[in-house]
Design a protein around this ligand. Sequence first.
Ligand code: ADP
Ligand code: MG
Length: 316
Amino acid sequence: MGAGEFDLIRRWFTRAPRHPGVILGVGDDGALLAPEAGRELAVTTDALVAGVHFFPDADPEALGHKALAVNLSDLAAMGAEPRWFTLALSLPASDEAWLTAFARGLWTLAEYAGIDLVGGDTTRAPQVVVTVTAAGVVPAGLALRRAGARPGDRIYCSGDLGGAALAVRARLAGRTPPPAAAARLDRPTPRLELGRHLRGLASACIDCSDGLAADLGHVLSTSGVGARVRLSDLPLHADLAALPETEAWDLALGGGDDYELIFTVPPARGDELRTRLAALDVPVRPIGVITAAPGLVLEAPDGRPYTVARTGHVHF
Ligand code: ADP
Ligand code: MG
């Protein structure tokens, strides 16, 4: 028999918090948290549902990592520093091996990111659903937003795109994805350092979870602008090199699950961006420019506009 609800919480999800701002953590009706003066809280939630966001037989350690990573990616896109999170866990059974692996993935990333688990909920359900709510802090007025891109601003993208989508495609076809692409899908790296370094510099920022076309599209619509992106400048994942270029573009533009940052910077501040990036170990590429005319124009290498075959995932 597996651990009971409270034994489960105590064994796998109760650790002493590291931040002094946690007045009260797991074990009461709610957590008590004290944000530092002069900071705003950035709060985000993402649910991962078996069969929708991950394969039901997914490695539980990777799932523990990813459930937190996707939320940290949202904090990164706000320029926030991680502080606290809660974990709502729905499980078909209290399976010791599964919980141990899941907790290992979760805590390893939590420790790396310096974020404390301060509460949650544990329920039985027909399938696994992992919901993390994460909060971070950002100096008042300096959070990065989707709105704020202006015509002439340069568009940048961190890391590379399309690897996770390639891995999904391979698994759906019953094939084993190349290891690097599988790692992009299973263990995304939230760009926390980059997000912090963009405060006060990027005019807009978003994390790329649904594919570049959809996510840049959100920046464009909230900012009331358009964009031109050169497809020859897209940072494609190395495992896409063997594909026909239109297939590679479609995975990068419409695939999702990359968790890179897409952001805009006024052209006069390009040198400042390069100086700030020099302190970081994150590749960043310029991919296009913001335009006054609305809409996203994708420029193929021959100069012609390209229409993406798939767009980002929409649930309803
Ligand atoms: P309540 O009755 O107020 O819903 P619970 O009995 O569900 O509280 O939970 C007891 C305590 O354990 C609470 O502090 C809650 O935040 C915490 N908790 C429950 N599940 C988890 C979990 N999966 N991870 C971390 N903390 C949890
Ligand atoms: Mg409860």
